[in-house]
Design a protein around this ligand. Structure first.
Ligand SMILES: [Zn+2]
Ligand SMILES: [Zn+2]
Length: 387
């Protein structure tokens, strides 16, 4: 009630930044991310928080959680703290790996902050923000120096702007994706792919909270500038902060034509209703929207698995489920061993002929998360559908 009655007064001293109703996503809500949320919520932003971690005792030393939060998912503990600061702003906690989250969830966001340990996870967010034209602010602090941090601002709304990996060479990107993405074990004589979202273990940030706050403050100030001011050339930049040498420097980042990530963006259309819309129905919609008979559908950074097998050679065919959201309860074979997918039985795109066995399934039945994206292509043009 206090909030409603004094709405205007509440935001009277931050007129430029007051933003009730606007959404921002913060991915990783530990040291930097936690402080960022604390800066954004008083401004009135609605926040989507994504983190698959739990509050551990060592997090009490540098991530501003309360002792009674121990053992809770970081996102729910963080949400409770933020709701006490501003009960009028919406906070949506998502306790999941980014691989299992529907990319379309971010479509309503004006800005995305990544506060992550994993470069592999950053490759996923990079694709999402580039394809949906959402400005990205990527942050990091180093375990090496004292007070060494980085804030990278990428205005993905710029047509020929750079992405987070434009400055990387091809081999480095491939190494990051392979190292953390692929886990190969033997399944008979074939390689096996683990079912479910790949759990990524990364090094922890051994830095006090004030270093996270420093980076978070720069990220918030410059990130909000990016959305409140018109994008201008040179908006995409990397800022380096090094307190040991009293350095605050920025470098502009440019688009590389050799970049391995797709830079072209396509129209986005919301379909909704994953529980009702079938695979066949999406083909029909895409055929009509793209104006051609032959259409290919692709999952957005996810895969379908058709065949699974256990190490004792038992097979299950025609599964047709999303690999990354494969249910825990169905991972065990009757013999007790874990099922895995073979690379041959996994695929990312398909036409109607290849979808014959599962075209009657709804998208929810395939395990596609809510708000995920399926991309339709006729070979020349594409449309991203949010399901
Ligand atoms: Zn790029
Ligand atoms: Zn078995």
């Amino acid at each position: 009630m206090i909030y409603k009655n004094s709405f205007t007064k509440r935001y009277s001293r931050i007129e430029k930044y007051r933003s009730p109703g606007q959404w921002i996503a913060v991915i990783g809500v530990g040291n930097i991310g936690g402080e960022l949320c604390r800066q954004l919520i008083p401004l009135g932003f609605n926040l989507i928080l994504i983190d698959n971690g739990y509050v551990d005792v060592e997090n009490l030393g540098n991530q501003f959680f309360f002792e009674q939060d121990l053992g809770r998912p970081k996102v729910t503990a963080r949400t409770d703290i933020l709701r006490r600061i501003n009960s009028g702003a919406h906070v949506l906690p998502v306790h999941a790996d980014i691989a299992a989250v529907g990319a379309g969830l971010f479509a309503k966001c004006r800005l995305i902050f990544t506060c992550l340990d994993s470069w592999y996870t950053r490759t996923r967010v990079n694709t999402i923000t580039r394809q949906l034209n959402i400005p990205l602010v990527d942050t990091g602090i180093s375990n090496g120096g004292s007070g060494f941090g980085r804030v990278t601002l990428l205005d993905m709304r710029q047509k020929n702007g750079p992405c987070l990996f434009c400055s990387w060479d091809r081999n480095r990107v491939i190494t990051v994706r392979q190292k953390e993405n692929e886990q190969k074990e033997s399944c008979g004589k074939r390689n096996r792919l683990e079912l479910g979202a790949k759990q990524i273990t990364t090094g922890s940030t051994n830095q006090p909270g004030f270093n996270g706050s420093l980076v978070a403050a720069v990220a918030a100030a410059k990130g909000l500038d990016m959305i409140y001011n018109q994008p201008t050339p040179g908006t995409s930049q990397e800022i380096i902060i090094d307190l040991q040498y009293n350095i605050l420097k920025s470098y502009s980042i440019v688009r590389s034509q050799e970049c391995v990530f797709p830079h072209q963006s396509w129209p986005v259309k919301t379909i909704g209703n994953p529980g009702k819309t079938t695979v066949q129905q999406l083909f029909d919609i895409a055929v009509s929207d793209l104006g051609t008979k032959h259409v290919t559908l692709s999952l957005f950074d996810k895969n379908f698995v058709s065949d699974i097998c256990c190490e004792n050679g038992h097979n299950q065919k025609d599964v047709f489920r999303v690999l990354e959201t494969f249910p825990e309860s169905q991972k065990k074979c009757a013999c007790g061993a874990e099922f895995a997918a073979s690379p041959l039985g996994t695929f990312n795109s398909f036409d109607l002929r290849q979808a014959i066995a599962f075209k009657g399934k709804t998208w929810a039945q395939t395990g596609l998360p809510k708000h995920d994206i399926v991309t339709a292509s006729n070979g020349r043009e594409k449309i991203h559908y949010i399901i």
